[in-house]
Each structure stands twice: as structure tokens, then as C-alpha cells.
Design a binder for this molecule. Structure first.
Ligand code: URA
Length: 211
């Protein structure tokens, strides 16, 4: 089946999903959207209020900040693919629970297998820990980490940056490096560079770009 059809099929399955409690309190599923041929995808935690109402990822204040930072590096949101690790909104925007993340895991796995990006920019600690179990966001943000078929680049969540502390500046700095990081990620995948081993389920290594 071709890429577009496969992703449509996954979207349909996400919308029909009743495997965890979150579908009972949510209005809409938020499967993800954007350019399915992009080399770069952005993955957040879970839909919030605005995303739940519209069925679209990152359309609230955090989304506006994401769009601003994308623009600063020459991208529009339509140029990239944007999704979440959990597809239904947790009540009152609470943190997603481990069993909810685990139940939803196959959807993003399938989406990423189909989109086949070079670089996955993870927004916040939950998205980072989805790929890198032992990751710590304050330590690992801004580092390039090898996952299965792609590399991840953890950054702070835009919503955390909006809370008004030094994270805003850290997020801007990390975003500014994205074009360079993407180039590096392409080189690493092309050359089949094996990175040093680190602990964490799906990973084979971490590279500090030292930029
Ligand atoms: N925060 C997220 O993690 N995801 C969204 O889609 C919106 C806000």
C-alpha cells in the first residue's frame, strides 16, 4: 500500500480507538498532520484543550510558539509533520499515564515507520522518554540521539517555555541549531555511523554535537 493510504488507514484506526480510558473524556482524536514526506517530524506529548476541540495537533499557544520557532529557521508548519505520543487528550491536561502511553505506542510507531523521517524532534520529556527511556530532558536537550531508523533531537516543550523562565531561551537556541542538526543526522544515516552505546530501550547511542 502506498504511504498516503497507509497513513490514512492508521488515522482511521486512531479515530476508532477505544483501547484506553482517554477516548471516553476526549472530544476528538488528534492523529497528527503535515507533510508526510518531510525529513523532519515534531512529536509532542498529548493533545490539549484546543487540539481536542479541533482534532489537530499544536493549535493552541504552544503551537503558535512552535510555528514562530519554525519560521525563524525557514519552515512553515505545513512543511513538517507534527504529532503526539498520545492521541486523545488526558482530562484537565494531566500527564499521560504509563499505561496510556504504552497502549498508544503502536500508532506513532506505525506512523514513523511509514513517514520514515531522518530526524524526530521531541518536544518535552514525555516525547523524549517515549524513544529514550533513561533520558533526562535538562541533560539531554540539544543532543542528537540515534533511534531505530532515525535520530532524535530532544528539546524542551513549548508549553514549558511559555511558563516564563530560561527554557524559552534554551528552546530558541536548540531550534536555531535544527538545520545543522538535520544535516548531521542525514550524514550519520548515510554513513551508517554507529554511535556509542547508551542505556535505553530503542537506542544505540548519543552524540553530543558540541556546536
Ligand atoms: N501539547 C502537546 O504536547 N501536544 C499538542 O498537540 C498540543 C500541546
Amino acid at each position: 500500500m502506498e504511504k498516503e493510504k497507509l497513513l490514512e488507514e492508521i488515522t482511521k484506526n486512531i479515530k476508532d480507538c477505544k483501547k484506553c480510558r482517554l477516548c471516553r473524556s476526549a472530544t476528538n482524536a488528534v492523529p497528527g498532520e503535515g507533510n508526510i514526506n518531510s525529513k523532519m517530524v515534531f512529536i509532542g506529548e498529548a493533545p490539549g484543550f484546543n487540539e481536542d476541540v479541533t482534532g489537530r495537533p499544536f493549535v493552541g499557544r504552544a503551537g503558535k510558539l512552535l510555528e514562530t520557532f519554525l519560521k525563524e529557521i525557514g519552515y512553515k508548519r505545513e512543511d513538517v509533520w507534527i504529532g503526539n505520543i498520545v492521541k486523545h487528550r488526558p482530562p484537565e491536561n494531566r500527564d499521560p499515564l504509563p499505561d496510556e502511553i504504552a497502549t498508544c505506542k503502536p500508532f506513532l510507531e506505525l506512523q514513523l515507520k511509514t513517514i520514515h523521517p531522518v530526524l524526530v524532534v521531541t518536544l518535552g520529556r514525555f516525547a523524549m522518554n517515549y524513544f529514550y527511556r533513561d533520558g533526562k530532558i535538562s541533560r539531554d536537550r540539544g543532543n542528537l540521539i540515534r533511534a531505530a531508523d532515525f535520530l532524535i533531537y530532544p528539546v524542551y516543550h513549548p508549553a514549558a517555555a511559555l511558563r516564563g523562565n530560561s527554557m524559552m531561551n534554551d528552546l530558541r537556541v536548540d531550534f536555531k541549531r535544527i538545520p545543522e542538526v538535520l544535516k548531521k543526522a542525514e550524514e550519520i544515516l548515510e554513513l551508517g555511523v554507529k554511535l556509542p552505546q547508551i542505556s535505553g530501550q530503542d537506542f544505540d547511542g548519543q552524540l553530543n554535537l558540541g556546536l
